[in-house]
Write a protein that binds this ligand. Sequence first.
Ligand code: MG
Length: 204
Amino acid sequence: MKIICIGRNYVEHAKELKNPLPKNPVFFLKPETALLTDNQPFPYPSFSRDVHYETELVLKISQTGKSIPESVACDYFDRIGLGIDFTARDLQQKCKEKGLPWEIAKGFDHSAPVSKVFLAKSSFPDLNNIRFHLLLNGKKVQEGNARDMIFSFETIIAYISKFITLTPGDLIFTGTPAGVGPVKAGDRLEGYIEDKPMISCQVT
Ligand code: MG
């Protein structure tokens, strides 16, 4: 399986990082070794001093597809979960300045915690109106809604699959809303979809 992440998909987040708004979706991959499941703790990596949380809705791909038209793109995922796209912001900033790829800042081990449970797509009355939020040590730090995405789930799937064949079990992180910030050892992150607790992650 692969983990594909969309960057800059919420206007307010693009602004907070002083990034221009993209004309097409921007995506990057994390390797399978980035995955962290079952609410396992996140070990703070030794190579960064500025790891940020980014909470995101995550789609689970359910069938193989290549060059998927937007009109049927929703048939290619069946579940929605919540994930944290941990980012070594200090390393990412250096990569961006030099025009280098982001892998060391985004793809490191355990940088992609995902919820234990993924909710059935059919359980959502409106896929374009899904609220989610993140608590840091009990305090709300991020709040988002799928309706504020620059690129919809359908557009994202159609765009990615032009370049990369999607296969069952692949995960797509759909971008983070504003409010990203640093974590430190001892912090606890708790993510919710609507009011359902989805993911809990202790930083160690
Ligand atoms: Mg992200």
